[in-house]
Design a protein. Structure first.
Lengths: 511, 360
């Protein structure tokens, strides 16, 4: 049986392939010797190569300030993959991947760097016999983003008549609304928005994408997914560890900038958005932005009523005594950087008005967990006597991103026996028990999406600004308030002050 | 490796007793270890000759993470009249702290040849309801496959997928006829087809840049080299091209070891050549080459770290490179087969039909 060929606007050979072809691409990593490149980007490239998912022709160029030869960078890349890859590397694939890798030493404002990059990219094109797409990955400290963008523009590397040019920008995208706007202006003066891929690696996680699958591939939730049935939403991203050796970054960022402004607001957007008309970049991002815009930014004087911060104090974690934040190496003893942030937000639209959205994140809390808990309203009338057992609690739907990716729904069930006594039990679904495939690392998905030009899982300019619009007044209010901050013992549930955010009978879920 | 097992055994037993034992074992496992949860991905029913069951067990052990959540192995002894069974539930103890540990459930049922025509009535109670069930019968036993893939007394079939390797059948025509017959009523996962997947991906990628897509309309010659036992893979690959590019294929003719034939494309004729390669240690394809009327050539060969690609432009300029990708190996192919039982593979049927048509 023959199938008539499709028009050659489409490739008739891709039907049914799990891995779709990606146009030949040269990837330039700025900050190629840094922690992110070594721990995440280079291993992600290896795993893509291992699975045959990289473009048919692929070229890699690293840039950083360290002086080294191509061979030294090649060895560093190989060592990084061996140390950090999620799978034991196949030696042959590993060495082939980095066989033709190039390294350009030099600072980000050094014109000669960009001249060399242009030459090397031209060499890659010549070797491939066709113009390869270019992806510039800015894996540097955020202070260098503007200068790299400007240099790429000045050296004619931001545009190509024959190929697509893209720039991938790591977080944080600005430290305030003003900075985010300025950076957006700077980036968009050189690149078009369709060329820009702002990374929020949470969006590359399978379990975060599963929020969309759960909501929009299952009819049972939609009728309940509104203010009539949902009492409140709690989004938690807690860590049991301290800041480790990241004092330099963390003390200038804090919990709000580190997690709330980006990852947690992304989760909130995905949870609250309307169904997009298609799972494509702009339809999805349009709906997410609408949610963010429906959250009224607090006035500065309102911040104490809707946001609580804290710092971990000395305590016990995993059976060991651990220091408080102010005792951590590299942290000033009078630091007012928050290691815990909790917010109460409201999405002011037809679907969600009046439903409190609680967000909390922190370090050195009781447990590492990232979850969204949707608490439904209680039944209007309970016909059963409840004095013979624990109260019947409202249903809670919990979407867990880590550590045990899954969905659980608490329901009331009859306790076995002769009496009609009810207890809350959990229906649990764990993703790991239902699928054979191993989830790719977030960076694997995001790198290949960027090479393919699919921006669905990247943050758009208006989205970043809408996120900052919510967080900016909180940053400002907290910067004006004197210390010391509320303290919570390491290994605890967080500061007791967070209780004041809760409305009605709501309680924070146990971390 | 599984490090803890709960095992139940019985002789002259019945399916209902085995099913009850399985439920008990699963329950006991969760009581013994609160982090232990039943996995629910796929039922795999294997029908194997008793004397070769050890080899099959080894192959299943080496599929790695792509194992079915419940595996029912029916070992066949010619003269057996009764059913003996062993059921076990095992877990990996190396789950992360605070994480869950998924169970693996295995049932081995010793049956006789006389049971095979109605094997569905034995297996039905043993598979997890509402999960997809694949049947793999590497030693033949078509009556067992038919029983499991045809609804008993007009009911629903136990299995929804047949996993097979059409290179196992020495008669290629018989192999394709059998697969065509199965594919008409059930989803088929053919390992011979899965071995072509990396080649399909590479060829699709080579012609994916928009300026290269028109070359597909100008192809004038396709040459396939395959391991001597893997003609089916070669035929399926050419069948795929015929099906996707709308070529009307004439029957192939044999010239010694070489199979040749022409296909009618929109713009002209395409010559097809299939040639065996002796001494290949693994089944599957060895290389492919396409030529176009424009004078371009693309060749893909097995190489280190992936496939070695060579492209010659119409002006004679030549480019050679490696398309990266790790070999999955034969255990990996079986694992892929198990994984594919949960997926649909739309181009397979068209490719199979075209492959069968080439041998008429």
């Amino acid at each position: 049986m023959s199938t008539a060929p499709q028009g050659l606007d489409e490739n008739p050979l891709v039907a049914g392939l799990e891995r779709l072809p990606v146009h030949p691409t040269a990837l330039v990593i700025f900050g190629a010797t840094g922690d992110l490149a070594r721990r995440k980007l280079l291993p992600a490239l290896y795993n893509l190569a291992h699975e045959g998912a990289l473009p048919e022709r692929f070229g890699l160029i690293g840039n950083a300030r360290s002086e080294m030869e191509h061979d030294e960078f090649r060895q560093m890349a190989i060592d990084s993959v061996v140390e950090f890859s999620r799978r034991t590397p196949d030696e042959k694939v590993l060495h082939k991947l980095f066989e033709d890798v190039r390294y350009v030493p030099g600072s980000f404002d050094d014109d000669s760097v960009y001249g060399q990059l242009g030459e090397l990219l031209g060499e890659f094109d010549a070797a491939a016999g066709l113009p390869m797409n270019r992806c510039f990955y800015l894996s540097t400290a955020p202070g260098f983003f503007p200068v790299i963008i400007d240099e790429l523009g000045e050296h004619g590397l931001a545009r190509s008549d024959d190929a697509d040019v893209r720039v991938i920008i790591e977080k944080p995208f600005g430290r305030s609304l003003q900075e985010a706007r300025e950076l957006n202006q700077r980036v968009l003066s050189v690149f078009g928005e369709q060329q820009v891929f702002r990374i929020d690696h949470y969006l590359g996680k399978e379990t975060v994408q599963n929020v969309l699958a759960l909501r929009f591939a299952n009819n049972m939730f939609e009728p309940l997914w509104n203010r009539n049935f949902i009492d409140n939403v709690q989004i938690t991203a807690s860590e049991d560890i301290g800041i480790g050796s990241r004092a330099g970054y963390y003390d200038s960022a804090g919990a709000l900038r580190d997690l709330v402004q980006n990852h947690m607001l992304q989760l909130l957007s995905l949870l609250c958005m309307e169904p997009p008309v298609a799972f494509e970049a702009d339809p999805v991002r349009d709906e997410k932005v609408k949610v963010l815009r429906a959250i009224t930014a607090p006035r500065i004087e309102e911040v104490p009523d809707m946001a609580v911060r804290g710092q971990y104090a000395r305590g016990v974690a995993a059976g060991e005594e651990v220091p408080g934040y102010l005792e951590e190496p590299g942290v000033a003893p009078d630091s007012t950087t928050e290691t815990y942030a909790a917010l109460r937000l409201e999405v002011q639209n037809w679907r969600w008005a009046g439903v409190p959205m609680y967000l909390r994140t922190g370090k050195r809390l009781a447990r590492k967990v990232t979850e969204i808990a949707v608490t439904l309203k209680p039944v209007p009338h309970l016909a059963f006597h409840t004095d013979e057992g624990p109260d019947v609690k409202p249903n809670v739907l919990v979407l867990t991103m880590q550590p045990n990716e899954g969905v659980s729904l608490s329901i009331g069930a009859k306790i076995p026996g002769t009496r009609m006594a009810i207890r809350t039990v959990n229906m649990e679904f764990l993703y790991g028990t239902a699928f054979l495939s191993q989830s790719p690392e977030a960076y694997e998905r995001l790198i290949i999406d960027a090479m393919r030009g699919d921006a669905t899982l990247f943050t758009r300019n208006d989205e970043v600004e809408a996120q900052w619009n919510i967080c900016d007044p909180i940053v400002q209010a907290w910067s004006e308030l004197p210390g010391p901050l509320p303290q919570y013992p390491a290994g605890s549930q967080g500061p007791t002050e967070a209780e004041q955010l809760l409305v009605g009978d709501a309680l924070w879920r146990m971390i | 490796l599984s490090t803890s097992d709960l095992v139940w055994r019985d002789q002259e037993t019945a399916p209902a007793k085995i099913e009850a034992a399985l439920r008990r074992l699963v329950s006991e496992c969760t009581v013994q270890n609160q982090h232990c949860v039943p996995a629910r991905t796929l039922n795999l029913v294997c029908v194997v000759d008793r004397e070769w069951s050890g080899e099959i067990a080894n192959r299943l052990r080496r599929v790695g993470r792509y194992h079915a959540s419940r595996t029912v192995v029916c070992t066949v002894e010619p003269k057996r009249d009764t059913i003996d069974a062993t059921a076990s539930v095992s877990t990996d103890d190396n789950g992360q702290a605070g994480g869950f540990v998924a169970m693996r459930e295995l049932v081995i049922v010793n049956v006789g040849e006389r049971h095979l025509r109605h094997l569905d009535t034995i297996v039905d109670p043993l598979v997890v309801t509402d999960l997809r069930t694949a049947v793999w019968s590497p030693h033949g036993h078509p009556e067992a496959v038919d029983a499991l893939t045809t609804g008993h007394a007009g009911g629903t079939a136990v299995a929804q997928d047949v996993l097979l390797d059409s290179v196992d059948e020495p008669d290629v025509l018989a192999a394709l006829d059998r697969v065509c017959e199965l594919a008409d009523r059930i989803d088929v996962v053919d390992l011979a087809w899965l071995r072509c997947t990396p080649w399909r991906e590479r060829l699709a990628a080579a012609y994916d840049p928009p300026h290269r897509r028109p070359e597909l309309d100008t192809l004038s010659k396709v040459s396939i080299r395959y391991a001597a036992d893997s003609l089916v893979s070669g035929l399926l690959f050419v069948g795929w091209l015929c099906s996707r590019l709308g070529w009307r294929a004439e029957a192939l003719t044999r010239h010694g070891d070489l199979l040749r034939g022409r296909a009618r494309a929109r713009r002209g004729e395409v010559e097809r050549r299939l040639e065996p390669v002796e001494g290949m240690r693994v089944p599957g394809l060895s290389g492919i080459e396409t030529r176009s009327d424009l004078g371009t050539l693309l060749a893909l060969e097995r190489g280190e770290g992936g496939l070695t690609a060579r492209r010659v432009e119409r002006d004679g300029e030549e480019h050679v490179w490696t398309v990266l990708g790790a070999s999955r190996g034969e255990p990996g192919i079986l694992g892929e087969g198990i994984r594919h039982a949960l997926m649909r593979d739309a181009p397979y049927k068209g490719s199979l039909g075209a492959a069968r048509g080439m041998l008429r």
